[in-house]
Write a protein that binds this ligand. Sequence first.
Ligand code: UTP
Length: 300
Amino acid sequence: MTNEKRVTKAVIPVAGLGTRFLPATKAMPKEMLPVVDKPAIQYVVEEAVKSGLHNMLMITGRNKRSLEDHFDRVPFIEQTLEKKGDTEKLAAVRQPTELGDIHYLRQGDPKGLGHAVLRAKQHVDNEPFAVLLGDDLIDENEDLLTQMIDVQQRTGGSVVGLIEVDPSQISSYGCADIETVDGESYVKVKQMVEKPSVEEAPSNLAMIGRYVLHPRVFDVLEKTGPGRGGEIQLTDALQTLAAADGEGAGVYGVVFRGRRYDTGDKLSYLQAVMTIASERKDIGPELRTWLKEFTAGLDD
Ligand code: UTP
């Protein structure tokens, strides 16, 4: 079953409470935490645009203002930089405002990722669409989302991004039980379990914050009750689609082996900052020299 309509819309849920990063996230969304000198959300929006998704809908919650402001013009700052002739900073300030059409919709109650995605139903209409979690960073040299969009077009179902994790880590993720597909680089997902215990987990393949979904997911989400943690889980809706027949049924996975960070997790956030900073032309060389000295002085 193939799908002729190419994906053009991205839904970016940013309404979570960010409890793992308190108190930093008390008054601002975790997606605004800086990764070097850009907020995490800007990397995610840039990835969407790079993948051809110029129509973006952010599902926001409380504290949405800083997110909207970041992607908006600030004439006062621009005029000051223009007067100073600081063209480099002027370009950096303008860049997030030129990334595409960003729409905003409040989730209301943060009742879970599935609920956040369901809020996008009217905007998305009856088309396949991508979901990018605003706190999940994929290395900018990777093309995971583009690959997932291709797989969605070829299969006509829904597609999840997967990584292999240490079995002890699986209880932090949605876990996928898969089978290979002859002659294909993608896999078929037979079953999914949200945050299983090590014993319950059917594999060590974890779902990450990239999805390309068939719009049938909305009908399923409307009928999906609260699951694990009392939240409406996207994983539960995908499980229903994996077991369904007919148009829009079936869930497929692309296993990603590149670099990816969960900026909502303190350790992963710090790794993202260090890795990205150490590869930057401006501060990278100095940071690497300092890091070598610093780590040499660390006890085991
Ligand atoms: P997380 O599982 O990271 O939850 O959400 P969280 O509440 O944001 O953070 P912690 O665990 O309390 O620290 C995964 C993604 O789903 C979004 C979040 O913004 C994040 O991108 N989300 C989650 C919503 O948009 N709405 C929700 O009701 C829940």
